[in-house]
Ligand binder design. Structure first.
Ligand code: 5RP
Ligand code: ZN
Ligand code: CA
Ligand code: ZN
Length: 224
């Protein structure tokens, strides 16, 4: 299963990952940022429907210098006290939010179109792959329409979110440590898509579906 998933990711195909029954209980579509196309963004918008986000590995986050949004808000709370009051200490499914800043590539127009979002994401993967992290501020602007997520140091060994699981997949596949993920929603109910429906979607679209438990187990074996 994991080898099939890694093969798909290397080919630029999406895989579906359900986190866990004791967490968000969400299935995310995940694809490698270096292979993102406008078509992927369209599928994520229409068939997944959640928030399109970009997990960035801990190493790349450090080199880019991107902060957790919570840290930005705490720092800014002296000038804007409400930002301190908004502190997300009570997330019901995890200890810490992975949200970082939002960005657009400076070559985008509005930043939201499928073409613009794919451009922003691919260029971010490119500068990380090429070790051009120092060009980040010159090439991108913030706020933008692509939400970056910061993977925890230690990745899935420390936090078991889709952020860390996406990065674990990239690492195992030998891909750049930048990914794209989007939660699958249920158009009928407005809730998260039930797991059996996500599995059916995977079958119908010839995509790999994985549980977080299997992914984390594979990653442990990969690292040992
Ligand atoms: C951002 C989210 C998603 O759940 C995404 O999967 C990343 O979060 P996490 O790492 O907590 O699973 O909330 O849209
Ligand atoms: Zn979520
Ligand atoms: Ca839809
Ligand atoms: Zn998630």
């Amino acid at each position: 299963m994991i080898q099939e998933a890694l093969k798909s990711l290397r080919k630029g195909e999406m895989v579906l990952v359900f986190d866990a029954d004791n967490r968000e209980r969400e299935t995310d579509m995940i694809v490698a940022a270096e292979h993102i196309t406008p078509e992927h963004i369209k599928v994520m918008r229409n068939d997944a429907g959640g928030l399109i986000c970009v997990p960035v590995s801990h190493e790349n986050s450090e080199k880019l210098g991107i902060p957790y949004m919570t840290d930005v808000m705490n720092e800014a709370s002296e000038a804007f006290p409400v930002l301190g009051k908004l502190s997300p200490y009570d997330i019901p499914y995890d200890e810490k939010s992975a949200f970082s800043i939002t960005v657009n590539h400076r070559k985008t127009f509005t930043g939201i179109t499928d073409n613009d979002r794919a451009l922003t994401i691919r260029e971010l993967a490119d500068i990380c792959r090429d070790g051009r992290h120092s060009e980040f501020g010159d090439l991108f602007r913030s706020p933008g329409h692509v939400t970056l997520l910061r993977a925890t140091d230690g990745h899935v060994t420390r936090r078991k979110g889709h952020t860390e699981m996406s990065i674990a997949l990239m690492e195992m596949a030998g891909l750049t440590g930048v990914a794209v993920c989007c939660e699958m929603m249920d158009d009928r109910t407005g809730n998260s898509l039930p797991t059996e429906d996500a599995m059916r979607y995977a079958r119908e679209h010839d995509l790999i579906f994985m549980s977080g438990a299997d992914l984390i187990e594979s990653y442990r074996e990969f690292r040992s």
